[in-house]
Design a protein around this ligand. Sequence first.
Ligand SMILES: NC(=O)c1ccc[n+]([C@@H]2O[C@H](COP(=O)([O-])OP(=O)(O)OC[C@H]3O[C@@H](n4cnc5c(N)ncnc54)[C@H](OP(=O)(O)O)[C@@H]3O)[C@@H](O)[C@H]2O)c1
Length: 340
Amino acid sequence: MGYRVVVAGATGNVGREMLNILAERQFPVDEIAALASRKSLGTEVSFGDKTLNTQDIDQFDFAGWDMALFAIGSEATKKYAPVAAAAGCVVIDNSSLYRYDPDVPLIVPEVNADAIEGYSKKNIIANPNCSTAQMVVALKPLHDRARIKRVVVSTYQSVSGAGKEAIDELWDQTKGMYVPGQEVAPKKFTKQIAFNVIPHIDVFMEDGSTKEEWKMVAETKKILDPSIRVTATCVRVPVFVGHSEAINIEFEDHLDEDEARDILREAPGILVVDKREDGGYVTPVECVGDYATFISRIRQDSTIDNGLNLWCVSDNLRKGAALNAVQIAEVLGNRVLKKG
Ligand SMILES: NC(=O)c1ccc[n+]([C@@H]2O[C@H](COP(=O)([O-])OP(=O)(O)OC[C@H]3O[C@@H](n4cnc5c(N)ncnc54)[C@H](OP(=O)(O)O)[C@@H]3O)[C@@H](O)[C@H]2O)c1
């Protein structure tokens, strides 16, 4: 016996990946519904070797469905997640709407799967920001060994993290650079993204940081440990899929780079590719379609007593969103609903 599963936002980047990953991992599905906005009514989406017709979320009755994986943005989530949850369908949400709600668990299964028990307060579970998800996977095993005090992270985030229109903007702007008269002005981004980098993701906060940077701080504390101090600079780069991060970590205890490499090699969800030679590291184009968080360039930071630097790359549509949501669904199924 399996589950009756809803995927909301099935026509979007994350929604399509959730359908792919549910099929790839042979999630025990008895019935599946693909939802999006009214304008996508009838749009065909793939689920393994099946084709599903997208339904209008506004007309959908969530009663009798076990779980709904949402990827429809915060505004629509605000309207529909409480409806699904009240109907007894557990929502696993990709938006930022519920991530900081104390009554909603924020989960990365490799780090804090036990937090699943808190789902019942609202029947909602939150999925973290893409940049946070891959970073906490890398930090957790190192924190367990040597206690992390402080993290300084710079991100190099792909355009797919900003939705399907952002992918089109990079593509069209890049093509437009070569055809006189067909230049494409910035619309989704604040400045030209083709052949450029933009040190601005999400809105500005009062202290001068951006909301994306704030999310990395707040979410790392909620998922991993509130005592860890994090400072982040988040940058959009002209890459289609795959987020990269340069992470500097300060520990309470000494941690040798070789021991850190061994710990990371054994850790769940991580693949270490760290050869000190040309090409002996992972770049975003190589992580696309993969489940792993890749770690390269592990080295001591000799400017502080107990410091390490590393390079972390992952598919933002997978570990950063869809894969993590499906992993949460697996934990929910195995530990709580127990139907599969
Ligand atoms: N991309 C990432 O790396 C990433 C990572 C973590 C979290 N997220 C979050 O995941 C969510 C989706 O992101 P995405 O990248 O997949 O965006 P996207 O490609 O732009 O897709 C958005 C999806 O939401 C649907 N939608 C929008 N408004 C709706 C409404 N009022 N009612 C019903 N459906 C609606 C769209 O349906 P239509 O096609 O019918 O408009 C589409 O299926 C966002 O909350 C985002 O913050 C994304």
